[in-house]
Design a protein around this ligand. Structure first.
Ligand SMILES: Nc1nc2c(ncn2[C@@H]2O[C@H](COP(=O)(O)OP(=O)(O)OP(=O)(O)O)[C@@H](O)[C@H]2O)c(=O)[nH]1
Ligand SMILES: [Mg+2]
Length: 412
């Protein structure tokens, strides 16, 4: 149990005398006739996770015992934490930045190796491009302010050419970061990948190959798969949620018809749809019609590439020949970046929107006329500065914190 708040030594005194700071000590907790031997840790504020006094009680995990102790702590004026409340307090007490808190939320939610690495790469370090952007902006903010305040009287002018010379490399960095962030968000969210096509196109074979396990039944009988099958896996650095579906065809079989009817919702929800067409065949009219509304997210792959070489994206899942598919997926989903190239990148909608705003702000600055009044660059520079501050959380709206911490679990 982790407890945070002011004056804990006094509050907990009736239960247990607290040990010296940061020393794990065996103590006996006494309440209501119970005597529980527990390892007790005491982190007096501000040198603690939340910045307040923090006490950890490592008691035996019996759920009834835990309930009884929680009940007793309630009588001492201690209540259960809200989801993410520890981190929220750490943030409000300046122990942690907003970007770090967001990275922690992603770490808690991560399900695959690459998602964990991505979240860890963002914890505890401010991205260097943010530091560099600040270094570029600070002197120009000062110069612009001076030009606004004293320009006319003292002849202080803002040299827009030099300003643009400094901003162009910055804009380039922002564009690089935008591409990295879009790819990183895909990785952090996971990619919903649907496999569709006519019966016997090789969907379940590919499904099993990507999942790395024998999950779906594969036979040479057309119409084998009826239900939608789902598996979460990481394939060559891509966190995937895979969906195997019933083969698309007009059929009298009532069970198979139900299966075909389930393909639509899978297509709706998918980030990317792989349409499997055996190499050398034309896509059947029925699948083409069903897929037409989703054409923006459909990628045609040619299965049975071991038997038939044809132009297109060759896949021979039963031979493990999936390199072309890997390249196509990474190009399509990550803009050609390798998953490792996304380490340290921004990932959340909030962060990405602010980065886009920042990029637009710099575009406006670069587009200024040479003879514009200094108030214009000054206010745009202020705007850019403000966006950076909102990104790192130095300037934040309370409401945005509610959204962030609703994604946390209890006790974090
Ligand atoms: N040679 C070769 N055979 C394959 C390939 N992919 C699948 N097969 C074989 O083709 C047959 C059908 O494969 P499935 O994976 O069951 O096809 P499906 O699209 O899931 O079929 P339904 O579930 O009936 O819609 C099986 O006998 C597989 O072993 C491939 O790339 N090359
Ligand atoms: Mg199948």
């Amino acid at each position: 149990m982790r407890i945070s708040g002011p004056g804990l030594a006094g509050v907990l005194a009736p239960l247990v005398p607290l040990p010296p700071p940061r020393m794990a000590s065996l103590r006996t907790l006494r309440w209501d006739g119970f005597s529980e031997r527990a390892l007790v840790l005491h982190f007096p504020g501000p040198a603690s996770y939340t910045g307040e006094d923090v006490v950890e009680l490592q008691i035996h995990g019996n759920p009834h015992l835990v309930r009884r102790l929680l009940g007793h702590l309630g009588t001492l004026g201690i209540r259960l934490a809200e989801p993410g409340e520890f981190t929220r307090r750490a943030l409000l007490n300046g122990k942690q930045g907003l970007l770090e808190a967001e990275a922690l939320r992603d770490l808690v939610a991560a399900e695959t190796d690459s998602q964990i690495r991505l979240a860890q790469s963002r914890a505890g370090v401010e991205p260097t491009w943010i530091t560099e952007a600040r270094q570029v902006l600070v002197p120009w903010l000062a110069r612009a302010e001076a030009a606004v305040d004293y320009g006319e009287d003292e002849g202080i002018l803002l040299n827009l050419k030099d300003l643009c010379g400094d901003l162009r490399p910055l804009r380039h960095k922002f564009h690089v970061e935008q591409a990295r962030a879009r790819a990183a968000r895909r990785l952090q969210d996971g990619i919903r990948l649907a496999l569709v096509g006519r019966p016997n196109a090789g969907k379940s074979t590919l499904f099993n190959a990507l999942a790395g396990e024998d999950r779906a039944i594969v036979t040479e009988i057309p119409g084998t798969t009826r239900d939608v099958l789902e598996v979460r896996c990481e394939w060559r650095g891509l966190p995937l949620r895979l969906f195997d579906t019933a083969g698309l065809r007009a059929t009298e079989d009532p069970v198979e018809r139900l299966g075909v009817a389930r393909v639509g919702p899978v297509l709706e929800a998918a980030d990317l749809v792989l349409h499997l067409v055996p190499a050398g065949e034309e896509a059947p009219a029925l699948s083409a019609a069903i897929l037409a509304p989703f054409h923006g997210k459909v990628l045609e792959v040619n299965t049975f590439a071991d038997l038939n070489r044809a132009p297109g994206l060759p896949v021979a899942a039963n031979q493990g020949d999936l390199d072309a598919l890997e390249a196509a997926l990474k190009s399509r989903l990550l803009g050609g970046l390798a998953p490792e190239a996304c380490l340290g990148a921004l990932t959340t909608d909030r962060q990405i929107e602010l980065l886009e705003d920042l990029s637009r702000q710099v575009d406006l600055l670069l587009g200024l006329e040479a003879d514009c009044p200094p108030e214009l660059p000054a206010s745009l520079l202020q705007g850019a500065w403000g966006l950076l501050a909102r990104l790192t959380g130095e300037d934040r709206a309370e409401g945005s914190l509610d959204a962030l911490f609703s994604g946390f679990c209890l006790g974090k």
